[in-house]
Design a protein around this ligand. Sequence first.
Ligand code: DOR
Ligand code: ZN
Length: 374
Amino acid sequence: MLKLPGLIDPHVHLREPGATHKEDYDSGTCAALAGGFTIVLAMPNTTPPIFDSTTLDLALNAAKQKARCDFGQYIGAGPNNADVSASLAGKAAGLKMYLDSTFGELRLDDMTLWRPHFESYPKAYPLVAHSESRTMAAAILFAAIYDRPIHIAHVSLKEEILLIKAAKEKGIKVTCEVCPHHLFLTAPSPLTPLPQREGNHAANPPAPLGRRAGDEGRREVRPRLATQADVDALWQNMDVIDCFATDHAPHTLEEKDSDNPPPGFPGLETALPLLLTAVDAGRLTIDDVVAKMYKNPKKIFNLPEQPETWIEVDEKAEYEIKAETQFTRCGWTPFEGWQVKGKVRKVVLRGQTAFEDGQILVHAGYGKNVREQE
Ligand code: DOR
Ligand code: ZN
C-alpha cells in the first residue's frame, strides 16, 4: 500500500449554483474524495457566475453545507468587477480570467478589460488564466509588465509549454497546469482510420477519443484535444509542468450526445489511476505525482496544511474504468473501458476516514473553506 498526501486539484467545475443536475458541491466533493483529492478549488463559470460578494456568498454557503472535502471558490474576472474582486481576494481561491473560448458567460475579449484586474488583484493571491496559444503569450506579457505571478490553466500545446519554459527561464513568475486528458488523449485525425475502442491502456497512450460516429460530442473540450506532437511535447517537458489539474467539467451524457454538446470532461475519479499507471509504466515518477498534485499546488495557491490527512493507494490493483462506479453526477467518462493500475483505498481527512473501499464516510458539510481557517 502506497501512502501519499491528500491531493489538491486547483481546477474543478462543481456547477453550483445553477446546474446541479450536472454536479453540486456534494456529488463533486464525493468524486474528489474517491479520486484521492482532499482539496478542490471550484471555478466561477456557474449560473449566475461568481463575480461579486453576493454570488461568492451564494456558492460558499452551498459549499459550507454540502462539501465533504476541503474547498476554495474562485471569483471570475468580468468587465466591471476589478475593484470588487480585489476586495474579495482573501475569501476566494483566486481570480479566474477567461480570455478564450469557454463554457459560460465570463469572457474578457478586449485586452483593455484585462488591465484593471492585473493592476488590482493582490499579488499574494492566485491569478489563473484560461488563455490558449497567442492569448497565453499575451497573458504572460501582462504578468511580466505588472510583475505579478500568473498561473496558466490547462496547457495543451507544444507552443504553449515551450513558451512557458522560456518565460520561466527569463524569471517571469509563470506557473502552469496540465490535465490528464491532454496527456492521455489526442484528437482523432480525419485522415487516419479510427482505432478500436478495445485495448486502451494508460501505459500506452495517447489514444484518439471519439471512435464512433456520433461520439463527437464526447470529444468536445476546451482547450481541444491536440495532436500527437503536442502530447509528446508535454511529456518531454514534464519538468516545466507545475501541477496536474483535472479541469473536472461534468456535463451529462444526454447533453454531450445532443446536437449542441457543451465542452468538458469529468476527471476527478480518473486522474490518479491514469497517472499511477503511467508511473507503473516508467513514464513518470511517484515524486512527480506528489510534486504536481500536492507540493506545488499547495505553494502556488497558498493552501493551508491539512493535519492528519493522507491517502492510501493499492498500487498493484488493476481495474477497468467504468462510469457506473463513479460518484460524479454526469454519468460518463472519456476513459470508459481503460485498464488502469492503482486504486484509492482510503482517504483520511483531518483525522477522519472520509473514504474507504468505495464508500464515502464523512457527512455533507464536513469540508472546510481553505480561506477560512480558524
Ligand atoms: O471544456 C471546458 N469545459 N472548458 C472550459 O473552459 C469550461 C469547462 C466547463 O465549464 O464546462
Ligand atoms: Zn475549467
